[in-house]
Design a protein around this ligand. Structure first.
Ligand code: F6P
Length: 551
């Protein structure tokens, strides 16, 4: 099934799009095994190195012709022009009238200005970074004391979405770099079980809360913050709030209204999207978990990837290649999903983080002109750390009938070097992509079972169950090791991948109106559930569910 994109597609894009449809048609009967057999140089032809990284996409269902057309698609959609607009601080988030300048957050000091509305944002960015550094030094140096004079041992970040997933994922990813004296916890869910189970392990006198919210109005965060405040005040009194609560927000007026000392509020700006905000003060809990020097390395890694993305041609551009290959798989080969499979326990939360980054950014129905898209955009992203996934859902990838493009991530060196582990981990990762590519034809398994001494009747019975179709496309990203610099570059890689796709699909990746409607309806239902208003006007299902909850 081949798709066309928006009705308003630029003529140059449409020409390449049609050529790609033709290319997909001529490839559909070719198995990956045949592509490898036909070209002994397939790996070197379809892999790229960047510093000590390797991106192997030779197991994707592509030919040199496909790749040539995908590179043309990049040019036809004017990715370079959109990169320039982003870097110039233009309001490319046009539905909210905002720029998207997250690259400024990792732009090093002294490397020139980044302008927003005619003003250089870099002094404010570095001022806030310095405040974070000083604050972390006070906590780590045990100079910051709680209301009873004791140092802080536990930090609880209260936030959700972009104000939670980034620092939470990165704290786990950099577990090998954790500060020995500080434990950092994350609470996001409105379900009281989240906060209550964390609080049950803590002492008010040694706990610091970071309330992180771009808007400082998000229902989940405000409820959790209010309950945490109540827990603290009950034990230490109202005056303790100043020593046990800090905030991160763009809405400093609301922060003050909550009762947090403006001195203890860390700012960021409306040109930073929530899911792009890890690099701002939203990274504060990560700074407390791994130290400011490691956070700086994270920023430096992201900046290195920014420079690569801005300069490299599409054939060598890592974010660009990932973007183009997924467009090929989803819009031309018909895949509606992608499995993200990090062979790294530390990257276990990466699929969740990328779910927000990719699906909240590119899950859109209209193009930049407001015209309906004719194709689906962001494929469903799912996944889990290898090898755990192997014992859960890989069966479906190997023998189910869906097209499931897989993205493997592995590290050459382990972050926790227990003897006997890492080589087995790598063997499993590479074996999976090999098996998904090759498959095992019926003839091969038939011969294998017969050679093992099985009777012809048994062979005939069992062989169909034990053959594998293969031809499941995959990419493997091989990283040197998981350290702060590499993690920063990896996350920036995905941010730019999302951006390239948004340019090609001609959509705005920086708004998220779809999330708003549910919030609005929840606010309408709350007084009804609380029994303050009648259920009138509701559909029978919603009214019935509410009725069923009454005591
Ligand atoms: O899920 C919608 C959303 O607006 C995300 O984009 C954002 O990251 C999250 O809510 C949290 O918002 P805030 O940081 O304003 O609390």
């Amino acid at each position: 099934m081949y798709f066309t994109v928006s009705m308003a597609m630029k003529p140059a894009v449409r020409t390449v799009w049609n050529a790609l449809s033709g290319s997909a048609g001529s490839l559909c009967d070719t198995h990956l095994r045949e592509l490898f057999a036909a070209d002994p140089r397939r790996f070197s032809r379809f892999s790229v190195c960047w510093n000590d990284w390797l991106l192997d996409y030779s197991k994707q269902r592509v030919t040199p012709e496909t790749m040539g057309l995908l590179h043309e698609l990049w040019h036809a959609a004017d990715v370079a022009g959109w990169i320039a607009r982003m870097r110039a601080g233009e309001a490319i988030n046009h539905t909210e009238g905002r720029a998207a300048l997250h690259v400024a957050l990792r732009h090093p000091a002294g490397k020139g200005p980044i302008l927003h509305a005619g003003h250089d944002v870099m002094p404010a960015v570095h001022h806030e970074l310095e405040r974070m550094q000083r604050f972390a030094a006070e906590i780590h140096g045990r100079h910051w004391r709680g209301a009873t004079g004791e140092p802080i041992s536990d930090v609880v970040n209260i936030g959700i979405g972009g104000s939670d997933l980034g620092p939470r994922m990165a704290t786990q990813a950099l577990a090998a770099y954790r500060h020995p004296d500080i434990r950092v916890h994350y609470v996001a869910n409105l379900d009281g079980a989240d906060l209550a189970t964390v609080l049950a392990t803590l002492q008010p006198r040694t706990t610091l809360f970071v309330v992180a919210s771009k808007t400082f109005t998000t229902q989940e965060t405000m409820q959790n913050a209010a309950s945490a405040r109540h827990w603290l005040v009950q034990s230490l009194g109202e005056a303790a709030v100043a020593r046990h609560f800090v905030a991160v927000s763009t809405n400093l007026a609301e922060v003050a209204r909550f009762g947090i000392d403006p001195e203890n509020a860390f700012a960021f700006w409306d040109w930073v999207g929530g899911r792009y905000s890890l690099w701002s003060a939203i990274g504060l809990p990560l700074v407390l978990a791994v130290g400011f020097d490691n956070f700086r390395k994270l920023l430096a890694g992201a900046h290195a990837m920014d420079q690569h993305f801005f300069a490299a041609p599409p054939a060598e551009n890592l974010p660009g290649l990932l973007a183009l290959l997924e467009i090929w798989n989803s819009n031309f080969l018909g895949a509606d999903n992608r499995a993200l499979l990090p062979y790294s326990q530390s990257l276990g939360l990466l699929p969740r983080y990328l779910q927000q980054l990719e699906m909240e950014s590119n899950g859109k129905q209209v193009d930049r002109q407001g015209l309906p898209l004719e194709c689906a955009t962001a494929p469903i992203l799912w996944g889990e750390a290898g090898t755990n996934g192997q014992h859960a859902f890989y069966q479906l990838i190997h023998q189910g009938r869906r097209l499931i493009p897989c993205e493997f991530i592995a590290c050459k060196q382990p972050d926790f070097d227990l003897p006997g582990h890492h080589q087995k981990l790598l063997a499993n990762c590479f074996a999976q992509s090999e098996a998904l590519m090759r498959g095992k034809p019926l003839a091969e398994i038939t011969a294998e079972l017969a050679a093992g001494g099985m009777s012809p009747e048994q062979v005939a019975l069992l062989a169909p169950y034990r053959s594998f179709p293969g031809n499941q496309p995959s990419t493997t990203l091989l990283l040197p090791r998981l350290d702060p610099h590499t993690l920063g570059a990896l996350l920036a890689l995905y941010e730019h991948k999302v951006f390239v796709q948004s340019v090609i699909w001609d959509i705005n990746p920086f708004d998220q109106w779809g999330v708003e409607y549910g919030k609005q309806l929840a606010n309408r239902l709350l007084p009804i559930i609380e029994g303050r208003t009648a259920t009138g006007g509701l559909d029978s299902s919603t009214a019935g569910l509410i009725e069923a909850c009454k005591p």
